[in-house]
Write a protein that binds this ligand. Structure first.
Ligand code: MLT
Length: 204
């Protein structure tokens, strides 16, 4: 059972760099208008029948019958090939948490800059989700965002190094998803997704 690390009290900011937050941010930045976090495979297949793209992983690997894994790189490829507008996402840790929250912002390395701009002055609770492969990459983003929210300079190179060398990154490389790690530390998007009433959309 994973224990989340939480910093502060207020509207939850969910940080799962590798990879749920990153998949959600990539989706919203590339034309997906809504992402629905789901609790079970069964629920995801119901959304598939309604025309949603379905993405999900179990210990990092794509769930059988799903369109793609919880992979921003796979997602981008599929978005380029089709005209997907809606995504249902099932992951081991982050979507479980998201399904239990009435509201939340979604942050990873991909949108750390816009998040520190847009969340400045708000009462937030920064949550490092982690997994059985550790918590260090999410902690790095939480600490960096906390600095940014307090007006200090974010050291993006330090964050990148923590993500690249995390146990979760090593695990992803060992199962063939190294391209996700590279993408997640080398891309930047100007979007801040927000969960409200079970649906994640871009927040302006
Ligand atoms: C999760 O939510 O558990 C993670 O994002 C897992 C992963 O993508 O490997």
């Amino acid at each position: 059972m994973v224990k989340y690390f939480k910093l502060g009290e207020g509207l939850p900011v969910v940080v799962d760099v590798l990879r749920a937050s990153s998949t959600i941010i990539t989706a919203i930045a590339n034309g997906i208008v809504e992402v629905v976090p789901v609790k079970s495979k069964k629920e995801a297949f119901k959304f598939k029948k309604q025309g949603y793209l379905i993405a999900g992983e179990r210990d990092g690997v794509k769930i059988e019958g799903f369109d793609i894994g919880n992979s921003p790189v796979e997602l981008l490829r599929v978005i380029k090939e089709g005209s997907w507008k809606k995504l249902a996402l099932k992951t081991t840790n982050a979507t479980k948490l998201l399904c239990s929250l009435p509201e939340a912002y979604i942050v990873s390395t991909l949108n750390l800059e816009v998040a520190s701009r847009k969340l400045g002055g708000k009462e937030v609770s920064l949550i490092a989700v982690g997994s059985r492969h550790g918590l260090e990459e999410d902690m790095a983003v939480v600490l960096a965002l906390n600095k940014g929210l307090n007006g200090a300079r974010i050291d993006y190179e330090w964050v990148k190094e923590k993500v690249v060398n995390s146990r979760a990154a090593k695990h992803l490389r060992s199962i063939g998803y190294g391209s996700d790690v590279d993408f997640i530390v080398n891309t930047s998007y100007d979007v801040l997704p927000k969960l409200e009433k079970g649906i994640i959309k871009g927040y302006n």
